[in-house]
Each structure stands twice: as structure tokens, then as C-alpha cells.
Write a protein that binds this ligand. Structure first.
Ligand SMILES: *[C@@H]1O[C@H](CO)[C@@H](O)[C@H](O)[C@H]1NC(C)=O
Ligand SMILES: *[C@@H]1O[C@H](CO)[C@@H](O)[C@H](O)[C@H]1NC(C)=O
Length: 363
């Protein structure tokens, strides 16, 4: 076979023209990489990052009105004659509405609600004590509340406090507060963020069954802005522990076991835009607020109603397939089934967390 000649070689642009094109393109690329660096690195995350080791997912059985005895047996556990005591430990920032849903939902099963709040943000900015100044709202749980303030260090202007170090100091302070609350070996301790809510039937299993693993991660359905935007089942950081001398308060990988479909994780589920802005500038990823217009109220409102990302980021995924699947807004759900009962009973008060309720208070 004859080799076809390369016909266009004679039509190559003159070198001078190429040079001018490069002169224009190179600065554009440099500016592009500079302003969208994080986005570009997330686009290629499947190449530079590996997923954490896989979890062993423990099946979870539940239906209304099935006896506790039968439920324990289905998991390979046995029913106890007495329920365990359950302690719920959270480090609080400003999620007042979600805290109300959490505590109302779990109140019948919890011995003590242990809550620590700092007077600075993780980034070292003085912060109002949102819980302490709204404590009256939680009078329904008053006799179970064990609250303390973590004295944060204010970062000097210019110097950067490492948010992850401050976060870890608060977790250490949590260890003593749990003991002050009166926990004993053999009790259940839930470690989670305020917005990671185990379902009541999950807590009842932990209370009533013998033979449960001493540490389990809780797989939670992840929602963004409200229960109208279900993201996936990726939330895994919450854990349930049978309290022992070795138990330490953490919010990271602690075991290979994860208990399936164990509750809800509602991120950025705030009533007012002001609370979104507070969280966006205060939490560990505050560096994601790259431009001032990110905090513009109409912009935030529009993104909440679309289910789009507040930080203009790409999804954090480990494979290109998942990355492409998750790009763009979160598909809207019209289901308000299998949500916290307190939310449904008080739907008028929590309209903003339910389908069709995306418009937020502007103050
Ligand atoms: C559930 O249990 C209650 C009380 O034991 C009973 O009155 C009710 O009929 C049961 N519901 C179903 C759907 O079986
Ligand atoms: C935080 O609380 C500690 C202890 O009460 C106090 O010394 C410190 O000044 C407070 N910091 C701020 C920013 O309020």
C-alpha cells in the first residue's frame, strides 16, 4: 500500500504567526490555572487521589411495628433485657434549626446531649455563642443537656491558624466533657457533627441489641441545603461506639464497619442566607470562598434553589465516571418520606427543609 503524502505540510502557518498565538494563549492559560487551580485539580482528582479503603457495609433491617427481638435477630444480634444508655456528643457551630430537629427526634432515647461550642471559629475569628444565647429554645431537653464553651484562640491578623489543629483540640476537649456527663463503659456514644442525625430506629438497635460491633460508622443519606436535594449515601464520618477505656472522640476513619442507611446528613440546611454566609466563612474550608461575590445574597439564594455548588467547585470524586455523573446541579426530589418525624409533624415551621421550600429568609 502506498503511503499517503501529508498534504497540508506546505500550509503550516509562518513561525511568526505561531509565536503571536502562543503569546496570547500562554498568559490566558496561566491566568486560567491561577484562578481555577482548585477546580482543575478536582477535575483530575481521579488521577492524583485514591479512595479510602472500602468499608464493609453491614445490612440494616427495619420496618414499622416489627418487634425489637426480631430486629436484633435479623442482624445476628440478641435482644438485651435492659436498654443501654446513649450519649450524643456534638461540636456545635451555628446549626440551630438542625439541632432542634436532631434533639427532638432523638430525645426519647438519649441519656445526655453533650454539646461543645467554641467562642472562635475553626479559622480563629471570634464567634457568638449561638447555642448559649438560644438555650431557651431547647428547654424541652434541659435536664439532659451538658454544655461547655471551648476557649478558642483568636488568630493574629496576617497569621493563619490551622483550622484542622483547632478542630482537633476541640475533639480532645470533648473527651473530658463526655466523662463529666457521666458516661460509663458499655454505654453507647454517638460521635457526629450536628447535621449528621442517626435515625431513631438505628439508636434503638444500638440500645437494645447485644453483639453489635464496638465501633461502627453510620452510613447516612447525604442532603444539600434541604431534604429536597438528596446527593447520595456517601456520608460516613458519624460513628457509634460502645464506650470503653480506649474510646476517643473523633470524626475520621475508625473501623472498616459501616452500618447501612442509618440516618440523615443535611449539609448547609440553614433557614436564613446570613447563616449560609457565616458557615461559608467560618468552617474548615473557608479558603474556598475565593471571590467576594461568593457571599452575595441573591447569588446564594439562586444556587440554593438550583441545587448548585456554593463554592463553584467540582464534585469530590475518585473516578471519572462518578465525577461526570455528579457534575451540575443536584437532581430535585419531591419525596418527603422517611425523613425525621419531627420535621413532618412541624412542616410549617421547617418549610425551608422540605420539597418546594428553597426560598430563604433574607435577614
Ligand atoms: C402496630 O402496632 C400497634 C400496637 O402494637 C397496632 O395497634 C397497629 O395496628 C400495628 N400496625 C400495623 C401496621 O401492623
Ligand atoms: C473565649 O473564652 C475564654 C475563656 O472564657 C476567654 O478567655 C476568651 O477571651 C474568649 N475569647 C473570645 C474571642 O471571646
Amino acid at each position: 500500500m502506498a503511503i499517503r503524502p501529508l498534504r497540508h505540510t506546505s500550509k503550516m502557518p509562518p513561525p511568526k504567526f505561531l509565536f503571536i498565538i502562543l503569546l496570547i494563549l500562554v498568559p490566558i492559560c496561566v491566568i486560567g490555572i491561577y484562578t481555577h487551580g482548585e477546580k482543575i485539580s478536582y477535575l483530575f482528582r481521579p488521577l492524583w487521589d485514591h479512595p479510602p479503603p472500602a468499608f464493609e457495609r453491614l445490612p440494616h433491617y427495619y420496618a414499622e411495628n416489627v418487634s425489637m427481638d426480631q430486629l436484633c435477630n435479623l442482624h445476628g444480634w440478641t435482644m438485651r433485657s435492659q436498654p443501654r444508655r446513649v450519649f450524643d456528643g456534638i461540636i456545635f457551630s451555628n446549626e440551630l434549626d438542625i439541632l432542634e430537629v436532631r434533639w427532638k427526634e432523638l430525645h426519647p432515647y438519649i441519656t445526655k446531649f453533650v454539646i461543645l461550642e467554641a467562642n472562635t471559629t475553626f479559622t480563629g475569628i471570634p464567634k457568638p455563642l449561638f447555642f448559649a444565647s438560644n438555650r431557651a429554645r431547647f428547654a424541652f431537653a434541659e435536664e439532659k443537656i451538658v454544655h461547655d464553651v471551648f476557649p478558642g484562640k483568636v488568630a493574629h491578623p496576617g497569621s493563619q491558624e490551622d483550622p484542622f489543629i483547632l478542630e482537633s483540640k476541640q475533639r480532645i476537649a470533648m473527651n473530658s466533657l463526655i466523662r463529666i456527663a457521666g458516661i460509663s463503659y458499655g454505654d453507647i456514644l454517638i460521635m457526629s457533627d450536628t447535621d449528621e442525625i442517626p435515625s431513631p430506629h438505628t439508636v434503638k438497635l444500638l440500645q437494645w441489641c447485644d453483639g453489635i460491633p464496638p465501633i461502627m460508622h453510620l452510613e447516612l443519606r447525604h442532603y444539600m441545603y434541604s431534604f429536597e436535594f438528596p446527593v447520595d449515601y456517601s456520608s460516613w464520618r458519624a460513628t457509634a461506639h460502645v464506650f470503653s477505656p480506649w474510646t476517643r472522640y473523633q470524626h475520621s476513619r475508625q473501623t472498616d464497619y459501616i452500618f447501612s442507611d442509618a440516618g440523615w446528613h443535611c449539609s448547609f440546611c440553614f433557614r436564613s442566607i446570613q447563616e449560609f454566609v457565616f458557615k461559608m466563612t467560618a468552617y474548615s474550608h473557608a479558603n474556598r470562598v475565593k471571590r467576594k461575590e461568593f457571599l452575595n445574597y441573591p447569588r446564594i439564594q439562586k444556587l440554593i434553589c438550583k441545587g448548585d455548588d456554593l463554592f463553584d467547585m467540582l464534585p469530590e470524586e475518585y473516578t471519572f465516571k462518578e465525577l461526570i455523573k455528579k457534575m451540575g446541579p443536584i437532581p430535585r426530589s419531591a419525596s418527603a418520606v422517611h425523613l425525621p418525624a419531627y420535621l413532618i409533624e412541624n412542616a410549617d415551621k421547617f418549610r425551608f427543609l422540605l420539597p418546594g421550600g428553597c426560598l430563604r429568609a433574607q435577614d
